[in-house]
Design a protein around this ligand. Structure first.
Ligand SMILES: [Zn+2]
Ligand SMILES: [Zn+2]
Length: 138
């Protein structure tokens, strides 16, 4: 057992260990008597908790719960951002497609008005058939 000189809470706050006894020390955060054989406690996340009190900011349960909440919150934020990015990409794609279509229609209209091509044939064949009919008949 190594006596920690300072204890770090889940928020990163450090406090010096001042009261040391033969069999343990007092937690500088909560005043809990930590026995040498009980601490440090290594949690499943690998965190070294120097206080055994589960509701202490330097305690193992608090740390594990806070980490879980933070991880869940980050995952939730990541998903939301991904979703928003997908929506933005879709909006951009729709806007681009609408612009392209408008430009295409404008070009067919110009071909019809200025060059005398049949607008109906242009639009029906997606711009491939360019004809000038002598009489209006298809
Ligand atoms: Zn404590
Ligand atoms: Zn035509």
């Amino acid at each position: 057992m190594i006596l920690p000189e300072r204890i770090v809470s889940i928020l990163g706050e450090e406090r010096a260990v001042e009261r040391v006894y033969e069999n343990g020390y007092t937690c500088p955060f909560c005043g809990y008597a930590v026995l040498f054989e009980q601490a440090p406690v290594v949690t499943s996340e690998g965190y070294e908790a120097h206080c055994g009190n589960p509701v202490c900011p330097a305690g193992p349960t608090t740390v594990a719960a806070a980490r879980e909440r933070i991880a869940a919150w980050k995952e939730e934020r990541r998903r939301r951002e991904e979703h928003e990015a997908r929506l933005r990409a879709m909006d951009a794609r729709i806007a681009w497609e609408r612009e392209r279509r408008a430009a295409e229609l404008a070009e067919w209209r110009r071909l019809a008005d200025e060059e005398g091509y049949c607008l109906e044939c242009l639009s029906r064949t997606n711009g491939r058939r360019r004809v000038r009919h002598k009489t209006y008949a298809h």
